[in-house]
Design a protein around this ligand. Sequence first.
Ligand code: CMC
Length: 430
Amino acid sequence: MSQDAYRLTSPSGSEMELPVRKGTVGPDVIDISRLYKEQGVFTYDPGFVATGSCESAITFIDGEKGILMYRGYPVEQLAEHSSFIEVAYLLLNAELPTATELAEFDSTIRMHTMLNEGMLSFFKGFRYDAHPMAMLSAVVGSMSAYYHDEMDAANPVHRDIFAHRILAKLPTIAAAAYKLNVGQPFMYPRNDLNYCENLLHMLFAVPAEPYEVDPVAAEALDLLFILHADHEQNCSTSTVRMAGSSGANPYSAVAAGISALWGPAHGGANEAVLKMLDDIGDVSQIGKYVDKAKDRNDPFRLMGFGHRVYKNFDPRATLIREMCHKVMEKLGRKDTPMFDLARELERVALQDEYFIEKNLYPNVDFYSGLIYRALRIPTSMFTVMFALGRSVGWAAHWREMIADSNGKISRPRQLYTGPVARDYIAVDKR
Ligand code: CMC
């Protein structure tokens, strides 16, 4: 047996060598792609706990050490020195831009912020109280109808245009959804503003009076978007890759990713954290809720706690906690009691044997909602904010997947547990 292979012995005694593939960093991967052909068995791994679904050069996570890197750059360094637009360039193009490249990219994104005017009529069809994630998913899906002219997946220029449009237009769609919810007129984008300033303008400006963007709010959003920009093969990104692997229109694939993100086990957790903190209400109730989370017979979980990959700490949560503190201080928001409640809940949970034993730590969603709330962004928009940051990750992964010459349609197999073959019985004989 070569050193870089696992030997598999079947119950009948036949043997097979499974080659081991090595990444640049991280655990080795056993290549089982020939397993079914040669041994007639599948592997079984519900939830993909130990399965690498693809090869990727975009993002690396070490869950034990709390490491997150985009294209090799630690997220802490990017959070401190970079901007969301620069990080977006990095994720899409694999290298940090020169000053000229950055200026050109920034300008391109600004030039794509407007929507085809016809898309705005979509919003007239939604109920005033439609959830903004439902609207975001539907309207992004509709981009496959509006922007199909320049969407030949085999054309690298078209793939770039797709990425630029997704990144640039999602804030405009998100703001339009918000405006429908609050019954205010839609605000057109302002291309003299940067990415986050423009988003705040579209969310909070009204035609009747001037609006000045708060730089603290724009800075906080920029950090959140950097931290949400990518997270390797998470549920929504895998959904985008899977939908896209059939050759489906990439805007539809992103719409599928948005739907996956909405769930409370994924991006929907930031909304759920605030609801949970509202329910807890007071530090005196923390013990009761921690006990509920530990009770196997109670479906309640501490939202914003735990992660499939991070088993020590989530580096994003650490940075967001610091920013949360800064935002509360600078904006002098009266939400501080809720921040104090969150910090006390974190303290109690981190000392509890159950959470220690299961390696459950605050994740990216635990504090992000508190920042959004301090910025006056309503709870129903929290997951939309996550989607805006993650949109560049989805676009980068779709491009990587579609450009892979070894790419195949994603098509998992199963362990069938249904009835064995039986004969049809006529309805009068059943
Ligand atoms: N509160 C209480 N118990 C928990 C929690 C929690 N938040 N999370 C996990 N556990 C327990 C779980 O009951 C299980 O116990 P046991 O081994 O006795 O059955 C054990 O910890 C392992 O949990 P799991 O569900 O098997 O782990 P997973 O990797 O499948 O799930 C998770 C990860 C994030 C879905 C889960 O921790 C969770 O539901 N957390 C709350 C929701 C949340 O905050 N989601 C945001 C994730 S980060 C952002 C993102 O990815 O979008």
